[in-house]
Design a protein around this ligand. Structure first.
Ligand SMILES: CC(C)(COP(=O)(O)OP(=O)(O)OC[C@H]1O[C@@H](n2cnc3c(N)ncnc32)[C@H](O)[C@@H]1OP(=O)(O)O)[C@@H](O)C(=O)NCCC(=O)NCCS
Length: 83
């Protein structure tokens, strides 16, 4: 696999886009953009949430806007489940 991302959706009104990545050697060829476009086509009528401070240019080009209200927490130690 040369790229990856995930959307969690309730299938009605809320979806969460997480962990967008492209293998280093294949970056800047439009792969992440195309993957996200493909996911968004399946989410008509839903609010898609994305929490990131990485590469905002990628997401603004795809129609995402800043929505600076949010809350979160890390439970215990970050990445404690990493193998
Ligand atoms: C961020 C990432 C997913 C982009 O993947 P990609 O397949 O290279 O993205 P695209 O080719 O579709 O890029 C589309 C546009 O996003 C912007 N962009 C992508 N990577 C960028 C970077 N490193 N710096 C600035 N802008 C960037 C550019 O505007 C680009 O268009 P252009 O190439 O015509 O200038 C990839 O660099 C990656 O896996 N990074 C490490 C993981 C990460 O930070 N993920 C984000 C977590 S939410």
């Amino acid at each position: 696999m040369r790229t990856g991302n995930r959307v969690l959706s309730d299938g009605v009104c809320n979806a969460y886009l997480v962990d967008v990545w492209t293998l280093s050697a294949y970056r800047r060829q439009g792969i992440a953009s195309e993957m996200i476009r493909s996911l968004l086509k399946q989410l008509s009528g839903q609010h898609v949430y994305l929490f990131t401070d990485d590469v905002p240019e990628l997401y603004t080009k795809l129609g995402f806007t800043q929505q600076p209200v949010g809350m979160g927490q890390i439970v215990g130690t970050w990445l404690v489940n990493q193998t």
